[in-house]
Design a protein around this ligand. Structure first.
Ligand SMILES: Nc1ncnc2c1ncn2[C@@H]1O[C@H](COP(=O)(O)OP(=O)(O)O)[C@@H](O)[C@H]1O
Ligand SMILES: [Mg+2]
Length: 306
């Protein structure tokens, strides 16, 4: 099978290590695979079929494309390339809409809450006139303040006093598209710990507990968090992670789950989750499982669509 790993790395910058690894693993499994770069793609609209040119020439043939959209700004514009491939009848893992939903934390909370999946109490507000009331409603201070588009823990702030809430809120608001900020209940009992549950094709394939480093509440590995592989995963957590990916429409996802006194809650669903730290913590070959899923999906897609 011909597999394309779609890299969103900036022109001139190296592609991500995990993208290279996906190519290597796919080749080891007997497939043809290569990284394709968004920066070398051109979208062509000429009244005929929707097209993408690659480096100014005809787009190479792929049976499946795995996008790795690690972008945080102008997400809708960047990921429209994924939609273009779907219009060209190339199967993708993950698709455009699920990626859009997952990249936007506001949209994620909206869907999860609507589908009855527990999330920390969250209020989205634009005007600081309502800030004091909102802080009370989420049980603060302290509160967690988040940009709708953020990753690696950047854009997630713990504000502990009324004064710091006001200043952090207005700073994030002024640096966020549409000036919409998430104010969230701080899950103190988690103690800087959460779970990263990796779901592929509706099944949990691996999970780890992440512990933030000393003096930090964010458990992101990029911020020095340490991962510990989980051998047994709580049934409720498993069910929750699977349902969260299902309602967002993601085939491959990393679900962040925090355990509060009230039970587990989903804080985020990642549509291009890293897997290196998870592999190190669990010894599970996650890359192989991603490729295997993509190949099976491409076969099913072909059988359905010819
Ligand atoms: N409401 C919260 N209460 C306590 N800790 C939180 C809360 N929200 C996020 N965190 C911590 O911050 C980390 C980053 O938050 P997250 O929403 O996943 O943003 P990012 O997309 O940057 O990873 C989480 O993994 C968790 O450790
Ligand atoms: Mg996260």
């Amino acid at each position: 099978m011909k597999i394309g790993i779609l890299s969103f790395s900036w022109h001139g910058k190296k592609v991500a290590k995990e993208e290279v690894r996906l190519v290597r693993v796919a080749k080891k499994m007997g497939h043809k695979a290569r990284v394709i770069r968004v920066y070398d793609c051109q979208l062509l609209y000429d009244g005929k079929n929707p097209k993408v040119l690659y480096q100014g020439k005809k787009f190479p043939k792929f049976d499946i494309i795995i996008p790795r959209p690690m972008i945080l700004m102008n997400v809708d514009l960047h990921v429209s390339i994924i939609k273009q491939f779907q219009l060209m009848k190339i199967p993708v893992v993950n698709g455009y809409m699920p990626v859009m939903r997952a990249k936007n934390k506001l949209r994620t909370m909206q869907i999860l809450n609507h589908e009855g999946i527990a999330v920390p109490t969250t209020i989205v507000l634009k005007d600081d006139k309502y800030l004091e009331d909102a802080v009370k409603r989420v049980g603060g201070p302290p509160v967690v303040i988040k940009t709708p588009f953020g990753s690696y823990g950047a854009g997630v702030v713990l504000a502990e006093t009324t004064m710091s809430i006001k200043s952090a809120w207005s700073f994030i608001k002024n640096n966020t598209a549409a000036g919409m900020v998430l104010l969230q209940e701080y899950i103190k009992d988690a103690n800087g710990c959460d779970l990263r549950v990796f779901v592929i094709g509706g099944k949990v394939v691996a999970a780890m507990e992440r512990q933030a480093q000393e003096g930090e509440f964010r458990s992101n590995i990029e911020l020095g968090g340490k991962g510990r592989g989980l051998v047994k995963i709580d049934h409720q957590v498993k069910k929750m992670a699977i349902k969260a990916t299902k309602v967002l429409g993601l085939q491959v996802a990393g679900v962040d789950i925090i355990i509060s006194k009230k039970g587990p809650m989903v804080i985020e669903v990642n549509s291009n989750p890293g897997f290196k730290a998870l592999e190190n913590a669990t010894g599970i070959d996650v890359a192989e499982k991603i490729i295997q899923h993509a190949v099976n999906y491409a076969k099913r897609y072909k059988a359905r669509n010819g």
